[in-house]
Design a protein around this ligand. Structure first.
Ligand code: ADP
Ligand code: NA
Length: 338
């Protein structure tokens, strides 16, 4: 059987990725480049569904791409590109949008959450049709029928399951109406993905939209502040380093981070820090986090210093992505009657 294909995207909506993005998604992207025919895109089209500043978007798109390469994505092993560089994404989204029921789109719970926060006047039609663009992002890279039983995998967290379900529905609907065209994408839970919580509010997930920057570790953060944030992470009043999701959510989150980055199992860490209190544990954890992110930060800054080279890496990605996307769209156009 052919190597399975994997497709994933990430928005350039922050000045840096954070530890949650790294341990919950991006580290797995890097691992999967060796086991999959991987397509990873910086989804800048998705980033304009909310109000944005053009210069900031352009900068964040570059910084996002630089971080992906700095984390170890290799243009020889993975196709890394910027979504807007491949115009077929929007073309297929239009076709799929015409196959989507209005009510069907209205049932997307993520839209309901986001739009209720912003109010209807602050909510764009783009935010409403976002899941359809996401379906296009995936189905454009559908393996061709001649490629046999090749799978199309999409790493998904709980919040994206409904969107992937819609993608499958739209693929099936297209196939039914116009003939077999799309392989149905499968949800893929990559091994080792960890859910990371906020350092100050251990019951909330670490997120770029957190209430305080003290709760988030940014990949590109300077060593000093990074260390401080970990030393000041919320723990409970006890002093034992033990894993207990209910009673010790803060310490449990730190153990999870430590274990994910260092490779030591949680029971081994509990043993290592038995009786030594939180201080030493946090100090060592800060070092592990720094050792992981300092080289990534350095490589990111080097890449950003040479924009010509970075553009070149991204052009290689969009060339490869365009080959596949153009082939898919040729079939789609023909089947739809263009
Ligand atoms: P944010 O929550 O900061 O807005 P995104 O929603 O843009 O982040 O998520 C980008 C990717 O990072 C997704 O694959 C998501 O599942 C993953 N991710 C985000 N936050 C975390 C977290 N705290 N723990 C694990 N994975 C996360
Ligand atoms: Na690969």
């Amino acid at each position: 059987a052919l190597t399975p294909r994997v497709l994933s995207g990430i928005q350039p909506t922050a000045d840096s990725f954070h530890l949650g993005n790294y341990l919950g998604a991006l580290r797995q992207w890097v691992a999967m480049q060796d086991t999959h025919d991987a397509f990873y895109c910086v989804v800048d089209l998705h980033a304009i569904t909310i109000e944005h500043d053009p210069a900031v978007l352009r900068r964040r798109t570059l910084v996002a791409a630089a971080q992906l390469f700095a984390m170890g994505l290799d243009p020889d092993r993975a196709t890394v590109f910027v979504q807007s560089h491949v115009p077929e994404h929007t073309e297929l989204a239009w076709v799929l949008g015409c196959l989507t029921g209005f009510g069907e789109a209205g049932r997307m719970t993520q839209f309901k959450d986001k739009s209720s926060k912003q109010g209807t006047s602050g909510t764009s039609v783009g935010l409403f049709t976002y899941p359809i663009l996401q379906a296009a992002d995936i189905l454009l890279y559908s393996p061709e029928p001649g490629e046999g039983e090749r799978a199309l995998r999409v790493p998904v967290g709980e919040d994206q399951r409904q969107h992937l379900e819609l993608t499958r529905t739209l693929a099936q609907r297209f196939n039914h109406r116009f003939g077999d065209t799309f392989v149905l994408p499968e949800a893929h839970i990559p091994p080792g993905a960890a859910k990371i919580t906020d350092l100050q509010e251990p019951d909330a997930k670490m997120s770029k939209s957190a209430s305080s920057p003290q709760g988030i570790i940014d990949v590109l953060e300077e060593p000093g502040p990074m260390r401080k944030k970990i030393m000041r992470a919320v723990t409970d009043t006890g002093s034992e380093v033990v894993y207990d999701e209910e009673k010790k959510a803060g310490v449990t989150n730190l153990l999870r981070i430590f274990s994910a980055l260092d490779g030591a199992s949680v029971p081994d860490l509990e043993k290592r820090y038995a009786g030594s209190g939180y201080g030493q544990f946090k100090k060592d954890l800060a070092q592990v986090v720094l050792d992981t992110f300092a080289p990534i930060r350095k490589r990111t800054l080097t890449l950003l210093d040479d924009e010509w080279h970075l553009d070149e890496l991204l052009r290689r990605g969009s060339d490869r992505a365009s080959e596949v996307a153009a082939r898919t769209m040729e079939t789609v156009r023909e089947r739809v009657g263009f």
